[in-house]
Design a protein around this ligand. Structure first.
Ligand code: FAD
Length: 473
């Protein structure tokens, strides 16, 4: 992605803070900058902002919130820090982990209090790796609702959200300060917009197959389930400006995407006592470790296929998710009154499927771990049985531009670039360099928290520069 020299005669228009990307990160950044009285504009490639945010379940993890307290959940940022560190095997930046864990609660409550987002906690099942129930979502439990509410908030504030506007190049001076953005329109016309600070909120590189092949070879042939417009622009610009890239092989995968329907099947079906078998009817892993690492594990099975097996009690819990309801409506969720009928419908050998079920029921009864180390507390599965044919997919990348506690992009020597910020998938996350470091919700965690921080810090920088410019010489 090109970095150009700023035009000699300046830009036709200037906005103090420009944000590239109108997903959760970009919109949170814009709202936060606007609150501080700084003019801000958001550039978005699509005609209607959606991003990966719209594809998600819209769940944001946060610890110690009033929403948790309301349903009697005890939690704290310190517990959250411990979970993040444990999942990422201590490979994520500890300062960033502390920051996002501390600020997640205030960020969720900020959206609730200032913009009337009706959050509630998912309190009827556990997400892998979280010691407390802390996933906060909107009534539909869908990212479409999250992005629509964010867009409405931006509109209500009168913040310009410029759609059909792909940022195609940055203008930077010899000191690596970004002076503006080149915008290309769908008809090929180009504009240049000047800025005093730039926030990169254009997510990672999941939509750039060449970058995926080079940084994440294990996902080279996997389906990409995120937003196709996320093509690694932030990383490419950052690299040109000498920014440090961190944890580039890190990613969020998912081992439960209905095939061939392409619908996310909530991991609730597994965490509540369901399990996965391959086309031979055999178990192959401890599914409870996490859905992200399970993507590669499922893809390693014959034809890259597995079956989620659960029952009606579990389906009733999963039905809170719009995706699951859509999967049922599309015929992706198969039901059978007996295990025999289920095996026949899935075309898997009955003896192997029966053996798999017997194994997990034995582990449940005895409270011993199964041969993969998984424990099965709770209620036995009961007919009618349910199943979904699933595959593994790449959801989004977790590596990106290294940022500090103000979401400022750092260079390879650890120095701040003069006026460049990054948030969400554009920034290196808190999952470390591997898929199994991804704790549920890490995506929207850094999108919303770092987005808000980036907006605040960019606004503060611009105000400070204005004061210096205006001070007596
Ligand atoms: C199926 C699925 C389910 C998920 N579920 C969850 C979940 O429940 N909880 C969770 O925490 N995370 C989840 N995630 C991850 C989460 O969606 C992302 O981490 C998060 O949405 C990233 O937000 P963002 O603002 O950085 O990027 P996005 O929401 O992708 O927004 C980036 C925007 O930038 C725009 N853009 C890109 N390049 C340019 C350019 N050059 N010029 C102009 N615009 C540009 C794009 O069009 C896009 O609108 C899920 C992801 C997927 C795919």
């Amino acid at each position: 992605m090109p970095i150009k020299t700023p035009p000699k005669d300046g830009f036709e228009a200037n906005v103090p803070v420009v944000v590239i990307g109108a997903g959760a990160a970009g919109i949170c950044a814009a709202l936060a900058a606007h609150e501080l009285g700084v003019e801000v504009a958001v550039l978005e490639r699509d005609s209607v902002p959606r991003g990966s945010t719209a594809l998600s379940a819209g769940l944001i993890p946060a610890a110690g919130t009033r929403f948790q307290a309301a349903v009697g959940i005890g939690d704290s940022p310190a517990l959250f820090v411990a979970d993040l560190k444990h999942k990422a095997r201590d490979q994520a930046d500890p300062a960033l982990v502390e920051l996002v864990a501390q600020q997640a609660g205030p960020t969720v409550e900020w959206l609730a209090d200032r913009y009337a987002f009706p959050f509630s906690v998912v309190h009827d099942f556990d997400y892998p790796g979280h010691a407390a129930r802390r996933m906060h979502g909107l009534p539909s439990r869908s990212g479409v609702e999250l992005i629509d509410r964010l867009r409405q908030a931006v509109d209500a504030c009168g913040i310009p959200l410029i759609v059909n506007a792909t940022a195609s190049a940055l203008y930077a001076d010899a000191n690596r300060a970004v002076r503006g953005v080149e915008i290309v329109r769908p008809d090929g016309t180009r504009d240049a917009l000047g800025c005093d600070a730039l926030i990169l909120a254009c997510n990672g590189y999941g939509g750039a197959s060449d970058l995926v092949a080079s940084y994440i070879p294990e996902m080279r042939d996997a389906a990409y389930f995120g937003h196709p417009g996320n093509r690694g622009d932030a990383v490419l610009w950052g690299e040109e400006l000498g920014a440090k890239l961190e944890h580039m092989p890190g990613y969020q995968g998912h081992g439960s995407v209905a095939h061939p329907h392409g619908i996310l099947i909530s991991w609730a079906v597994i965490m509540e006592g369901g399990f996965q078998v391959n086309t031979a009817g055999a178990r192959f892993s401890d599914e409870s470790l996490g859905y992200s690492e399970q993507a590669a594990t499922v893809l390693a099975q014959r034809d890259g296929i597995a079956f989620d097996i659960f029952d009606e009690r579990i389906a009733a819990i999963a039905r809170q998710f719009a995706d699951f309801r859509q999967a049922e409506a599309s015929g992706a969720v198969i039901e059978a009154p007996t295990l025999e009928r289920l095996a026949a419908r899935l075309n898997v050998p009955l003896p192997a499927l029966a053996q798999s079920l017997a194994e997990i029921e034995d582990a449940r009864r005895t409270s011993n771990p199964d041969r993969f180390g998984r424990r099965f507390p709770g209620t036995a599965l009961a007919p009618p049985f349910k199943a979904v044919k699933v595959t593994g997919a790449l959801f989004h990348t977790q590596g990106g531009l290294k940022v500090d506690r103000e979401a400022r992009v750092l260079d390879i020597n650890g120095e701040q670039l003069p006026n460049l910020f990054a948030a969400g998938g554009a920034a290196a996350g808190v999952s470390g360099p591997r898929a199994d470091g991804y704790l549920s919700g890490n995506g929207l965690l850094t999108a919303t928290v770092l987005g808000r921080i980036a907006g605040q810090a960019a606004a503060a920088l611009v105000k400070q520069d204005t004061m210096i410019d205006a001070s007596p010489k």
